[in-house]
Design a binder for this molecule. Structure first.
Ligand SMILES: Nc1ncnc2c1ncn2[C@@H]1O[C@H](COP(=O)(O)OP(=O)(O)OP(=O)(O)O)[C@@H](O)[C@H]1O
Ligand SMILES: [Mg+2]
Length: 361
């Protein structure tokens, strides 16, 4: 009995009495994996119970949603099933990390049998409009799990001293069932540091979060999203399985985003250089407004798109060749190539080549 995994057996009893279903499964996995050395047959018998269905049972049960004790407002919003029109366009390293997490979840059973857990906690950092919320929705969709989003406004508007309780209630709710919990715009909590909030309150909040990160179960995914990762306590930062930095899209990704709307590659390249430096959400707005104009005025989409992009770029004074922009705007106003050439003191072929570069015609 020398090699008998006593500690692991005790852990099974403990988690069985006090922990979540997945913590229990994880403990059984750890025990069975150690037991293989002494009693392979028994270890295999035990592992049979560690099926994904057992561990993920309850994903579609809707437990009562926790509410703020004073306002009675619900503290989380639940979406199930999540279905997105299109997937987020992400840079290679972000995509690789997220794919890796999904792969671990797809192999949940295999991992649990060795007493291992998939990645359970992710921190998304990045400026507004780069796809943090969208990526969290996408993960919930791919995992086919309910998405619970923490309603931070409600949690924070509760009376001082209650915020910690509310946060705790949300964690308890999310930890008891397979789900994705999104703590969106998490900086709101960190930002309170500047306000009149007492330091004790903030410490309590951070402690609630740290505790949750340490105890997080293997059948739920916690995603925290923030614009200001640097404001977060380093102790918080360290506890996440992965920290992902979302950057504004580069030219290549902008081209990928535009592929759906713009056929000509040459035009996509020009548009990408005009829109470089913008977030996906402002690019999305430009596309949306161009589509509406094209529809209502019965015109082509591409010229509207280029016009919007040039206006945006000129308004920020950041166009590499401002004259190109001026020429194009004149072209959009209905002037002929010859008129434009005369106006700017350029040749007709120069004007034509600018138009071709941006409009592909
Ligand atoms: N990576 C992306 N791929 C495709 N579309 C995107 C991407 N990022 C943002 N968008 C578009 O912009 C919108 C806003 O993005 P999202 O809400 O995910 O930004 P965010 O990073 O969460 O910003 P915030 O910090 O303001 O919450 C999305 O609904 C989508 O239309
Ligand atoms: Mg967001």
């Amino acid at each position: 009995m020398e090699n008998f995994p006593k500690k692991e057996l005790l852990n099974i009893v403990k988690t069985g009495m006090t922990g979540s279903r997945s913590a229990f499964a994880l403990a059984v996995g750890r025990f069975a994996s150690k037991l293989k050395q002494t009693d392979l047959e028994l270890a295999q018998e035990m592992s049979k119970f560690l099926s994904t269905e057992h561990v993920m049972r309850g994903a579609t049960d809707f437990a009562p949603i926790p509410v703020d004790a004073d306002s009675r407002m619900e503290l989380v919003e639940t979406i199930f099933p999540v279905s997105l029109e299109k997937r987020p366009i992400l840079d290679q390293s972000t995509q690789t990390t997220l794919d890796g997490v999904l792969r671990e979840w797809a192999s949940l059973e295999e991992l649990l049998k060795e007493g291992l857990a998939p990645a359970r906690t992710l921190l998304f950092c990045g400026q507004p409009g780069v796809g943090k919320t969208l990526a969290a929705h996408w993960m919930a969709q791919e995992l086919k799990l309910p998405l619970l989003t923490l309603n931070l406004a409600t949690v924070m508007s509760s009376f001082l001293g209650k915020t910690g309780n509310n946060l705790r209630a949300v964690f308890d709710h999310a930890m008891t069932r397979p789900c994705v919990l999104l703590l969106d715009e998490f900086d709101a909590i960190a930002k309170r540091r500047d306000d009149e909030t007492d330091v004790g309150e903030l410490k309590r909040l951070v402690n609630v979060l740290l505790q949750a990160l340490d105890d997080w179960p293997a059948n739920a995914l916690l995603i925290a999203a923030t614009n200001h990762g640097e404001l977060l306590d380093p102790a918080v930062w360290r506890r996440f399985d992965h920290v992902l930095k979302f950057e504004p899209p580069g030219r290549q990704l902008i081209q990928e985003y535009l592929a759906e709307f713009v056929e000509s590659e040459q035009v996509r390249v020009s548009l990408a250089s005009l829109l470089h430096g913008e977030s996906f959400s402002s690019i999305g707005q430009i596309v949306m407004s161009a589509r509406k104009t094209a529809l209502l005025e019965r015109t082509e989409l591409v010229p509207n798109l280029v016009r919007n992009a040039i206006k945006l770029r000129l308004s920020k004074g950041g166009m590499a060749k401002p004259l190109d922009g001026e020429m194009l705007l004149m072209f959009f106003e209905g002037h002929s190539r010859r008129d434009i050439a005369t106006h700017f003191g350029k040749t007709h072929p120069t004007v034509s080549s600018v138009i071709k570069r941006y409009l592909g015609e």
